[in-house]
Design a protein around this ligand. Structure first.
Ligand code: SIN
Ligand code: FE2
Length: 207
């Protein structure tokens, strides 16, 4: 743990501002290698709407959505091939963050990679397609800042607004593992490295 590490807490959510500072260049290079093999794509919800966020995955399984529903799949539906392996640095970083948040031994097998451009958003939802919800969710933000909505167990619960910056990590689990969360429409901006983009990685134990 580094000396400057500090954590902020809302019920069920551990915020680790700047947790990945110093690793962003390496993390982005690894994201680019994943995207070269499994390109960004627009995902359709079961209801037939195109999500405003573009997605890809790495790891043993990846989160997909289509007319048939939401699920994890070992194959990238675009190529029919397995998703790119999870870069070692990703799993290590996620495990370190999880441990700080009180979840020792976190071993993610899936990493959903979301790309936001200005206006893209993620409506309030639960992450509930994972078999084992005793493992936490670890989320890493890169690029433009975003407002993360941290709700409660019910969709109607009032959501806290948390600004997430490049290099920030948040972790949720335990009693809050199925809490609703989302992201407000990304504001216009230019990040020195990512330009008009935000990339979010969520690490999950899906199987
Ligand atoms: C998600 O809930 O999958 C994404 C969260 C984020 O982009 O911060
Ligand atoms: Fe989510």
């Amino acid at each position: 743990m580094t000396a400057e590490l500090f954590a902020l807490n809302l019920p069920g959510l551990t915020q680790l501002p700047g947790f990945a500072h110093g690793e962003e260049t390496a993390l982005l290079a690894a994201v680019e290698r994943v995207i070269a093999a499994a390109p960004w794509r627009q995902v359709i919800t079961p209801g037939g709407k195109a999500m405003s966020v573009q997605m890809s995955n790495c790891g043993a399984v990846g989160w997909i959505s289509d007319r048939r529903g939401y699920r994890y799949s070992a194959a990238d539906p675009l190529s029919g091939r397995p998703w790119p392996a999870m870069p070692e640095g990703f799993a290590r970083l996620a495990a370190r963050a999880a441990a700080v948040a009180g979840f020792a031994g976190f071993a993610p097998d899936a990493c959903l990679i979301n790309l936001y451009e200005p206006g893209a958003r993620m409506a309030l939802h639960q992450d509930r397609d994972e078999v084992d919800v005793s493992a936490p969710i670890v989320s890493l933000s890169l690029g433009l800042p975003a407002v993360f909505l941290w709700g409660g167990a019910a969709r109607a619960d009032k959501a806290a607004r948390i600004e997430l910056h490049s290099g920030d990590v948040v972790v949720w689990g335990g009693a809050a593992r199925l809490n609703f969360h989302g992201v407000l429409p990304l504001r216009e901006g230019v990040h020195p490295v990512l330009g008009r983009r935000r990339i979010n990685l969520t690490f999950r134990k899906a199987l």
